[in-house]
Write a protein of this length. Structure first.
Length: 96
């Protein structure tokens, strides 16, 4: 059974601000470390690295800010994640 989450309902790509950094984790750039994949915060546009990365900066951002929703910024990905409800969502295709 799929969990419902009000944070992910009716989200589109337009609901995300422009990323603060393009193609880079903000904290990894400062620390001089590397990342595996990137995630963008829906509330503020922060770009952090995924949980497979050493810094896990996207999750750390959630814990420090409480911003509940992020999306993958990997080209072709359309999925979102709610940290509060621990559930995935899917953004509609651009043409929809």
């Amino acid at each position: 059974m799929v969990k419902s989450c009000e944070h992910l309902q009716n989200l589109t790509a337009a609901d995300f601000p422009l990323p603060k950094t393009h193609e880079a984790c903000e904290e990894c750039l400062i620390e001089g470390t590397h990342w595996v994949a990137l995630r963008e915060c829906q509330a503020c546009g922060h770009v952090g690295c995924c949980d497979s990365s050493p810094g896990r900066h996207a999750t750390r951002h959630f814990h420090s800010t409480g911003h509940p929703v992020m999306r993958s910024v990997t080209s072709g990905d359309r999925w979102t994640w709610c940290y509060v409800h621990k559930t995935y969502g899917q953004l509609p295709d651009e043409g929809q």
